[in-house]
Write a protein that binds this ligand. Sequence first.
Ligand SMILES: [Mg+2]
Length: 402
Amino acid sequence: MKITAVETIYPGARSAMPALVFVRIHTDEGIQGIGDTFYLPQTCISLIHEHIAPVLLGQDALAIERHWRDLYRAYARFGGRGAEIRALSAVDVALWDILGKASGQPVHRLLGTAQESIPTYNTCGGPLYASVDGGSQAGYGSSRVAGMWDDFDAFLNRPGELAQDLVSEGAKGMKIWPFDRFAQAKGSRAIEGGDLAAGLSTVAAIRDAVGDAIEIMVDGHGLWDLTPAMRIAKGLEQYDLAWAEDLTLADNPRTLARLRASSTTPISVSEYLVTRQEYMPILEQDAADLIMIDPTWAGGITESRKIAVLADTFGLPVTYHDCTGPLTLLAGIHLSAATPNLRYQESVRAYLRSVYPTMVTYVPEVIDGTFALPTAPGLGTELSPEFLAGEDVVVRTTRLES
Ligand SMILES: [Mg+2]
């Protein structure tokens, strides 16, 4: 089965996710596969048409490991671990979709299913969370209030009420980021006592409202220096969090090891890392309690699976990230199903209910805090005709010349 065309589909600068880009790969047997990635979409689009399409066109669509290795080796030569690996990740996900469809099997079956269902927690972003500044601003998120499912506004202003609502849905966990606003207003070097107390009061309000009925995760989006990160982790100890995530950037294992040693709050590291080469020093230096992977940033399904195996080798659980696209979520769900050391698949109910359904034909549903195992061949969804016909959508295609 030969690859005959590589398409990029950009939702548009005015969309709810202006940093998202889809990739669709076509074959001479009529099977097509889709993937996505997030951040600097125009750069990823250029990379895909300038470099990846010329490499892949005319090649065997099912030679996934070979394509991954060839592309990775090209990018690793010049330190390329950002947009290059994101573009490769989106393409890799699309190739696994093709393999699943060609085999008539859901991708997790091909990976070797390990779970009977997939636990998820709700990340408390609203539908417009990623709609600011081209979607490329990490952290605090959009202050545009979205109304329905605006869990971002809710956790900042009504945390107890939000926790009760999530518990009533059967949610197993909720992730919030009550400290980001202080770093973004006053800088990363220090956190003032009043700001620390204000952030902690959000967590306290959740425990007051629902006790231990829900797990709590706190994200710092890499915004703090080490000392304020340690103060936050120490302050959170009393609330028995599932984990604190990216209180500081994950670019120095020694810094993370110091953070981890400074409190009993479990430390999650990190959706910001890409490829095994960046995760390995974290594992070797005991710098994490939990490994977080974004499948469409870290290297696609091919590489994410290997990172999960590495984590298991060190006795650590894995959580797959999603706040970033419907194929990122589905890639994570299939990986989750095939990951023996799975802790959670992340999900955002605002996206599941209001954003993703505008883009793809099938969006998985959370029931009692879990996703069922996917049953359709491939990843199990397609770009919807209504989405593709949208006036802001930009499609670009590079075809095999006959
Ligand atoms: Mg995060």
